[in-house]
Write a protein of this length. Sequence first.
Length: 157
Amino acid sequence: MSESIPSLFQRLTSDDARKAFYAGLKGPAWWLGGNKRGPEFGWVEVFVKSDGKCVYCSRDLAASTDALAESTEEHLVPRSLLEASGVRFDNEHNMAVCCAGCNGLKNEALPPAGHPCWKSRKAFIKECSRFVAECRLKNFQKYKTHVENVLKKRAGQ
């Protein structure tokens, strides 16, 4: 992905910036809810709760062992942001299953602290899904000609 981040999403590069950002969040901290990681809540429960699909693109991660092996536990609100602020990051409401592609595109990017998506888990996921799709489109546009040339060469054209 290119260095610029589409839309207003941002990556915070220091713990001080993360602490200041977190302090500016208003409203319900939905990411603190649900079971905490432990014997009764782990990857299997996150996978089952997500119906085995990527939280951002809905890719069926149970469709192949490769997709499953490459899947990740996604911290919706990035671990780095919560850890820097001394907040628990592995609560049930902050965890989801994610494909490797979406995880790499979203990374630690965050919508602005004042964005309405911070009010609910559902709204946050929807906005992050839009962001990931925007990143994919940008990458497609960047590499489209190169991919076409390789495919034409392979087809003998």
